[in-house]
Design a protein around this ligand. Structure first.
Ligand SMILES: Cc1cc2nc3c(=O)[nH]c(=O)nc-3n(C[C@H](O)[C@H](O)[C@H](O)COP(=O)(O)OP(=O)(O)OC[C@H]3O[C@@H](n4cnc5c(N)ncnc54)[C@H](O)[C@@H]3O)c2cc1C
Length: 293
């Protein structure tokens, strides 16, 4: 199908993009990688009257660490940039594990992490990763700039809390206070598919104790789920068979899966438990090895 008629604008500055959105009202949409918006428009699930393509806005394609370790990912940083990133490989194990699992190489060449967060698909992988890492989205609009924790940014399935005239300019991952470990595991029917189940685990440890934990779940609820009780059960504790088991159980309880063509609710909950066990056990083994070295 063809999209409904729409006006297309490709501004060359952020101010111009914001002004176009402001004057475009509720029926204007930002286009970043277009990997979710364009299919939705072709299916006429989305029929914006104005599309504001931000791809000509300079200076948004970065991902970089501040001197204190805070990571910033610009609105035009592609999934492929993150997949190839040496910075992520050395400093962000959860993000580095997720990057190659997003869609397929063609989608990864165009799609953006920030666009994925804005799209708020319950099956979007980046939202779980950023939620587990305690990240936020920085939005800019006519009234200024604000930082929104990801836990507040996603309002529901395919809904975020941006005002219609705001652009999400970057995602921010706070600096780790201790040694960072974790990962992302995804069950998919075939390579490149959306997650049947995904689990992101992000840990910070100091002297064998977990100082911060984040666990978030993909595809097992109406939106990305932060398994906060599971994360709390780990915080202030050393990783051990008991704490790992308890966190896996609490994460499985936090899941809200539905039976569908990808599997039964029971199977998906079981996979959440299995993935949390696996990720935490790996982190525990790596830490034990490091201490022994
Ligand atoms: C075949 C296929 C398979 C896929 N598989 C996966 C998968 O396995 N895992 C996964 O996580 N994703 C998957 N995706 C989605 C993909 O990751 C998209 O790239 C992503 O969801 C959206 O990013 P985008 O930059 O393409 O956003 P766009 O499509 O340009 O925009 C998506 C939405 O976000 C809004 N938006 C985008 N950027 C901004 C901004 N800076 N400020 C304000 N609003 C903004 C748009 O207005 C639109 O509503 C798949 C897509 C396809 C086509």
């Amino acid at each position: 199908m063809y999209p409904s008629r729409f006006r297309y604008e490709a501004p060359r500055s952020l101010d111009e993009a914001i002004s176009l959105l402001h004057n475009g009202g509720d029926y204007a949409k930002v286009l970043a990688g277009g990997q979710s918006l364009v299919p939705l428009m072709k299916l006429r699930f989305a029929s914006p009257q104005l599309v504001v393509d931000i791809n000509n806005v300079p200076g948004l394609d970065y991902h970089r660490a501040d001197p204190d370790g805070t990571l910033r990912i610009g609105a035009l940083c592609r999934h492929a940039d993150l997949e190839r990133s040496g910075l992520l490989k050395t400093t962000q194990p959860t993000m580095a594990a997720a990057a190659p699992l997003i869609a397929d190489p063609i989608v990864r060449n165009r799609g953006t992490l920030v666009g994925s967060l804005c799209h708020a698909d319950p099956q979007g992988d980046w939202a779980s990763v950023v939620l587990a890492l305690g990240g936020s989205v920085v939005a800019r609009g006519p009234r200024g700039t604000r930082a929104i924790p990801l836990a507040d940014f996603v309002a529901g399935p395919f809904q975020n809390i941006l005002d219609p005239d705001e652009v999400a300019v970057e995602a921010v991952i706070p600096a780790a206070q201790g040694a960072r470990s974790g990962g992302y595991l995804k069950l998919e029917r075939r390579v490149g598919d959306f997650a049947t189940v995904g689990v992101a685990v992000a840990l910070e440890t100091s002297g064998g104790t977990v100082t911060r934990a984040g666990i978030a779940l993909t595809g097992v609820g109406g939106s990305t789920i932060g398994a906060t009780e599971a994360a709390q059960a780990l915080t202030g504790q050393p990783l051990s068979a008991d704490t790992i088991e308890q966190a896996a159980e609490l994460a499985a309880q936090a899941a809200r899966p539905r039976t569908d063509h990808r599997g039964s609710a029971e199977y998906k909950r079981h996979m959440v438990r299995t993935f949390v066990l696996r990720l935490l056990s790996r982190a525990d083994a790596a830490e034990t090895e490091e201490r022994a070295a």
